[in-house]
Design a protein around this ligand. Structure first.
Ligand SMILES: [Zn+2]
Length: 510
């Protein structure tokens, strides 16, 4: 067996790039925080799904497909889910035709199916395990009990009933991932201290439920005796419990978006390390950067909020419904740690490049991606560098066989043809390595995606312009040309080879 490539990863824990050394190369273990299933996933949610899918593929390449376990949880208990169930099925519940739990189940099932459909269309492999929070409530109650017994958690009554809270002061190392100092936080805290908390940074492990909220009966042994609280878990505890269940008390990689470092990941570490008496929960913590849309923070009020489904199934963004491969490639054009500006222009650039690749690619399972491409990915998933390798491969036009008079190629040209074939097959193999299968990609999808009504409308404007040209009214003719261009339609003037008549064709500007 050949030596494994060296993989380096930026570790948020140490704030530096480190050579990746798994605990057990036979079973490399990665956990990534997954979706809260109450609504369509937005394009910002696509980023970790794609980034960690590329890492999953790379780990499988290095360690073997059967030697990597990738766990991504599904948060199916959350107040937002509850609110959505009451909004969508409130009448049914009021009329007694549906239970709250059934309504919650309906919301989570529908949303989860959509999420899996979206991520599949984006070219993501399914993680090895996708555990649901509701299937691990017993484990959460047990871990909370351990934390109480160890003096790391306590029961207190707040404005919304009783809570079990994590006592951050019980953990001297609290804040190690985010490098936050508790005293500084307190000094700078502007929010009112919730009186029932020992420390304002204490966070909820378990909270009491109202009758119209989902809940489980949990009994905790406290210094004041046993306490039973019909309630539901806080968000952080589920990841501590599910990662331990599937990956153990210490595993290799924990991933998620930059926004999860604090408080979510900090709190996961606090729970896991205090419950298990360990110093670390995972050895490498990886975080993808933020995503903006057209240069601004994505928000519903700004009008630049887009779901993955919307980008692929509607023409709301740049007048196209974008193939998943274009969204994925556009995402990979930026290093995963950098902020990304998702824009129509970026998607057009991605579509142009993929279209170019599609026209020259050869599909050959026996051909591997070039070493420079894999090396770039091994350098902390440097996808822009990997993409520059693709661009180099696609820079030369393809060489076509040119038969001589005897019907055969010369030996020189045969070598050139082989080299050219290999180059174009490497291109396809490299794209497939990062989850873009060009065999299913239509290089002309942009024109194909223009509706028939729109095509008729464009043709009418072209006819109008030709009439102006015949009248030598160049100003009006140019105006129509420029108007169409501003709508993303580029005109091309030419002559009919037989009649010599002027003809105008169009294409979608990329
Ligand atoms: Zn998590």
């Amino acid at each position: 067996m050949t030596e494994k490539p060296v993989l380096t990863l930026y570790n948020t824990l140490t704030r530096q790039k480190e050579v990746f050394a798994p605990i057990d190369a036979e079973n490399v273990r990665m956990y990534v925080c997954g979706p809260t299933v109450y609504d369509y996933a937005h394009i910002g949610n696509a980023r970790p799904a794609i980034v960690f899918d590329v890492l999953f593929r790379l780990l499988r390449h290095v360690y073997g497909a059967d030697h990597v376990t990738y766990v991504r949880n599904i948060t199916d208990v959350d107040d937002k889910i509850n609110a959505r169930a009451l909004r969508d099925y409130g009448d049914e519940i009021d009329a007694g035709r549906m239970s709250l739990n059934a309504a919650i189940r309906a919301v989570t099932e529908k949303t989860l199916a959509q999420y899996l459909e979206d991520t599949a269309a984006l070219g993501c492999l399914e993680p090895t395990v996708q555990p649901r929070a509701t299937e691990h409530v017993d484990g959460m109650v047990e871990m909370i009990g351990t934390l109480i017994a160890g003096g790391h958690a306590y029961v207190a009554s707040g404005g919304e009933g009783r809570e079990v809270l994590f006592d951050v002061r019980s953990m001297p190392a609290y804040g190690g991932l985010s490098k936050r100092n508790l005293d500084e936080q307190q000094a700078g805290a502007r929010i009112a201290v919730e009186a029932h908390k020992k420390n304002p940074a204490d966070f909820v492990l378990w909270k009491e439920s109202d009758p119209d909220e989902p809940g489980w009966d949990a009994t905790f042994d406290t210094p004041d005796g046993a306490v039973t609280i019909h309630g539901r878990p806080g968000w952080h505890i589920e990841c501590s419990v599910m990662s331990e269940h599937h990956l153990g008390k210490l595993f290799d990689i924990h991933g998620g978006g930059l926004d999860l470092i604090f408080p979510h990941h900090e709190n996961e570490i606090a729970q896991s390390c205090c419950a298990h008496g360990t110093e670390r929960m995972a050895n490498y913590w990886m975080h993808n950067g933020f995503l903006q849309v057209e240069g601004r923070k994505m928000s519903k009020s700004e009008g630049n909020f887009f779901t993955i489904h919307e980008l692929m199934a509607t023409e709301n963004f740049g007048q196209f419904s974008w193939p998943g491969a274009v969204l994925r490639y556009a995402m990979l054009m930026t290093n995963y740690r950098e902020p990304i500006d998702f824009s129509v222009q970026r998607l057009e650039e991605a579509a142009t490049e993929l279209g170019k690749y599609r026209l020259i690619a050869e599909f050959d399972e026996a051909v591997a991606p070039p070493a420079a491409f894999v090396d770039a990915l091994c350098d902390d998933l440097n996808t822009p560098k990997a993409i520059s390798v693709l661009r180099d491969l696609a820079a030369k036009p393809p060489v076509y066989a040119r038969s001589d008079q005897n019907g055969g190629a010369t030996s020189d040209s045969s070598a050139a043809l082989d080299e050219d074939y290999s180059r174009r097959a490497q291109l396809a193999a490299a794209l497939s390595f990062v989850g873009i299968d060009l065999r299913n990609y239509d290089a002309n999808w942009m024109i194909a995606s223009v509706s028939d009504a729109r095509k008729l409308e464009i043709q009418a404007r072209i006819d109008e312009r030709l009439a102006f040209i015949r009248d030598k009214n160049w100003a009006e003719a140019d105006r129509i040309r420029d108007e169409l261009l501003s709508e993303g339609i580029q005109l091309k003037d030419g002559k009919d080879s037989e009649t010599g008549e002027r003809i105008t064709t169009w294409e979608v500007k990329r």
